[in-house]
Design a protein around this ligand. Structure first.
Ligand SMILES: Nc1ncnc2c1ncn2[C@@H]1O[C@H](COP(=O)(O)OP(=O)(O)OP(=O)(O)O)[C@@H](O)[C@H]1O
Ligand SMILES: [Mg+2]
Length: 240
């Protein structure tokens, strides 16, 4: 029997609320423009791209959308992978012609959520990512799933994300608070534009919550006492 991948769910409701806002944006893009395939990549390595991709995919699946998360980072060795340290078959094996597409897709512990790991072949990722089989598998995934989320290495560390960008409906760029500077955003933006990527949005991750308190001040409105207090006050004032 095939392994079931365990996706760790975030329990921080501030983060979940922020992720839900991205889900809504993505859903609107689908309704308005028919977007289904999204690439997520960082301006720099380590900004939290994979973390966001995982949480986004979970949230979309929880909303009832049949979602597949693809690990498109063919360079990172298995040992450092977040989800698939024991999986051998994946995208690179399919692209190298050594396995069939359905064999490389795994079930997860979340309903509606599926996972396509990066695979075992790490030699020459570019030749694999440039192959016509990438287009074929993406077309098939769009038929089989409501949403396809592809997690890629950062724009400025390799050309892998540039190759994939133009094949996707939208690109989501991740930046990190107090780390990513404007020149890095401009550089990534230019690279993506030149490679035909359609930037759907930019995420500012790892914000300093003390400094950005005003942004999240209403994020937990329904979970904190404010809502309950407000409800009981307005009830006591009601007259018929
Ligand atoms: N919002 C956040 N708040 C705090 N820590 C975070 C946040 N997002 C990600 N991290 C942490 O940052 C580290 C890097 O995250 P992640 O692996 O998702 O980054 P990445 O951009 O995908 O990295 P890489 O370029 O190596 O693929 C991890 O330890 C992760 O737990
Ligand atoms: Mg990553």
């Amino acid at each position: 029997m095939k392994k079931i991948i365990d996706f760790y769910s975030n329990t921080n409701h501030f983060i979940n609320d922020a992720i839900d806002r991205i889900v809504v944006e993505i859903h609107l893009k689908k309704q308005r423009d028919g977007y289904k395939k999204f690439m997520i990549s960082g301006c720099e390595p380590g900004v939290g791209t994979t973390t966001i991709a995982i949480n986004l995919a979970i949230s979309m699946a929880q909303s009832g959308w049949k979602t597949i998360l693809i690990d498109g980072d063919l360079r990172k060795i298995t040992k450092y992978k977040r989800l698939n340290d024991e999986l051998d078959l994946g995208l690179s094996d399919y692209l190298a012609g050594e396995s069939l597409y359905p064999q490389t897709v795994y079930d997860t512990n979340h309903k509606n959520l599926f996972y396509l790991p990066s695979g075992s072949k790490t030699v020459n990722p570019i030749s694999l990512l440039c192959s016509v089989k990438v287009d074929e598998v993406l077309d098939q995934l769009c038929k089989d799933y409501d949403y396809v989320i592809m997690d890629m290495p950062s724009i400025t560390t390799s050309v892998d994300a540039n190759v994939i960008a133009s094949k996707m409906d939208g690109v989501i760029l991740v930046t990190e608070y107090a780390k990513t500077d404007l020149s890095s955003v401009r550089e990534s933006w230019d690279i993506l534009n030149k490679s035909g990527g359609n930037i759907a949005g930019i995420i500012l991750n790892k914000i300093n919550t003390a400094e950005y308190g005003h942004i999240k001040k209403n994020f937990d409105y329904y979970k904190n006492q404010r809502y309950i207090n407000k409800r009981s006050k307005s009830k006591s004032k009601m007259t018929i």
